[in-house]
Design a protein around this ligand. Structure first.
Ligand code: ZN
Length: 66
């Protein structure tokens, strides 16, 4: 019956959904490295490039300073 109206609504919905998705995917949340000895700012869910730790685990070899 009012299919055109529904379409409009759903279209707007998709748009907002997409915007949210893009916002989520496009702007990684920055967080501070949990390693107290490091404290580098890095995107979430990414191994810290400075100390090589991720969620308290040593994943990569730490970067040598100097
Ligand atoms: Zn770190």
């Amino acid at each position: 019956m009012s299919s055109s109206m529904f379409r409009k609504k759903s279209r707007a919905n998709v748009r907002s959904h997409r915007a949210q998705w893009f916002a989520k995917a496009g702007t990684p949340q920055l967080t501070r490295c949990p390693n107290p000895a490091c404290g580098a700012v890095k995107p979430r869910q990414v191994v810290c490039p400075e100390c090589g730790q991720y969620r308290g685990r040593q994943v990569l070899r730490p970067r040598n300073r100097g």
